[in-house]
Design a protein around this ligand. Structure first.
Ligand code: NAI
Ligand code: 15L
Length: 268
C-alpha cells in the first residue's frame, strides 16, 4: 500500500518548508522533525539527529521517511560527522528498529561535484558515474548513499537517494539553469520515490527537465517521475546578468560549481 504517514526530517529548512506546503496535496500526513523549532507547528518534534530516543519515537508508526535534516553546506569535518554521518546512521537504526521500510534520502549533486560539467557534445552524466565529492559535505552524502545500500542489502530497507541539484523557487545562477529542481518537480519526484514499487536502493538525479541539463534523468523517470518544469524561462535574464559559463574559469569547470573551488560555509 502507498505510504500515508511520512516523517519529514529537516522540516524547518528551506526545502522542508517548501515540501510542507506541497506534499499534503498528495495525501500524505507529515510528521515534522527538526532541531530548529517550527513556528505555528505545535506537533513538530524539535530534536537533534544525535538524540536516538527522540528518533525512535519520531519514526514509530510512520510508513516512510523523507530525510532532509543535516548540514546543507560545507563545514568542519567534526560537525559534518555528527550531523550528517552519525545523524543519518542514527535515523536508519531507528527506522530498522521500528520497521520503517522506505526512505527518501536527500543526497546531493556535491557527491559527484568534482565531475567535470558536460560541455558541447559531451554525453549526459550517468547515475553510475564514479563519485567525486567536492567537500566534506559531499562526502557525507556519499556515506548516506552507501549506508542506504547497506541497509537494503542487509536488512531489506528501501531507499531512493535523490542527488538534488538546486531546489529553490528560481535558479539564481547560470550553473543552476542546468541543475535546477523546481519545488513542484521536487514534490513530484519525492512522491514517485515514495510510491514506486521495488526500488531497492535506487540513486536518481533530482532536477527538472531543463534544456541545459547536465545529467541523465532515466533512473528518476523509471520511478514514474515526470518533470513538468524547465529552467530555460530564466536563462535570458541570468545570462544577461552573469554571462555564459566560461570554459577557462575554474569556478565553472565542475558539476558542483564553486563548492569545488570555494565552497559556501554552514553559518553555525
Ligand atoms: P537547510 O539548511 O535549509 O535545512 C536543513 C535543516 O536541517 C535545518 O532546518 C536544520 O535545522 C536541520 N538540521 C541540521 N542539522 C540537524 C541535526 N543535527 N538534527 C536535526 N536537524 C538538523 O537545507 P535545505 O536546502 O532545506 O536542504 C535540505 C536537505 O536537502 C539537506 O540534507 C541538503 O543537504 C539537501 N540538499 C538540498 C539542496 C537544495 O537545493 N536545497 C540540494 C542538494 C541537497
Ligand atoms: C546543495 O547541496 C546545497 O544544500 C544547496 O544549498 C545548494 O547549494 C545546492 O547544493 C547547489 O548545488 O546549488
Amino acid at each position: 500500500p502507498a505510504p500515508r504517514t511520512v516523517l519529514l526530517t529537516g522540516a524547518a529548512g528551506g526545502l522542508g518548508t517548501l515540501m510542507r506546503g506541497l506534499l499534503p496535496a498528495y495525501g500524505y500526513e507529515l510528521r515534522l522533525f527538526d532541531a530548529t523549532p517550527i513556528e505555528g507547528e505545535p506537533d513538530a518534534i524539535t530534536a537533534d539527529l544525535a538524540d536516538k530516543e527522540a528518533l525512535r519515537e519520531a519514526v514509530q508508526g510512520v510508513d516512510a521517511i523523507i530525510h532532509l535534516a543535516g548540514i546543507s553546506l560545507e563545514s568542519t569535518f567534526d560537525k559534518i560527522l555528527r550531523a550528517n554521518i552519525e545523524g543519518t546512521y542514527n535515523l536508519y537504526e531507528a527506522a530498522r528498529t521500528e520497521g520503517v521500510g522506505r526512505t527518501v534520502f536527500a543526497s546531493s549533486n556535491h557527491a559527484i561535484g568534482f565531475t567535470p560539467r558536460p560541455q558541447g557534445d559531451d554525453p549526459l552524466i550517468p547515475v553510475e558515474t564514479p563519485r567525486r565529492p567536492d567537500t566534506f559535505y559531499g562526502l557525507s552524502k556519499c556515506f548516506g548513499e552507501d549506508l542506504a545500500q547497506l541497509y537494503w542489502d542487509l536488512h531489506g530497507m528501501e531507499t531512493v537517494s535523490v542527488r538534488i541539484g538546486s531546489c529553490f523557487l528560481e535558479p539564481n545562477s547560470v550553473r543552476m539553469l542546468s541543475v535546477w529542481l523546481s519545488p513542484g518537480d521536487c514534490a513530484r519526484l519525492f512522491h514517485a520515490a515514495l510510491t514506486a514499487e521495488g526500488v531497492g536502493h535506487s540513486v536518481v538525479y533530482g532536477s527538472s527537465a531543463n534544456t541545459r541539463l547536465w545529467w541523465d534523468l532515466t533512473s528518476a523517470r523509471a520511478l514514474g517521475y515526470e518533470p513538468q518544469d524547465d529552467s530555460e524561462q530564466f536563462a535570458e535574464k541570468l545570462i544577461a546578468e552573469q554571462g555564459e559559463l566560461d570554459p577557462d574559469n575554474r569556478d565553472h569547470a565542475f558539476l558542483g560549481g564553486t563548492f569545488a573551488t570555494n565552497p559556501p560555509r554552514w553559518p553555525y
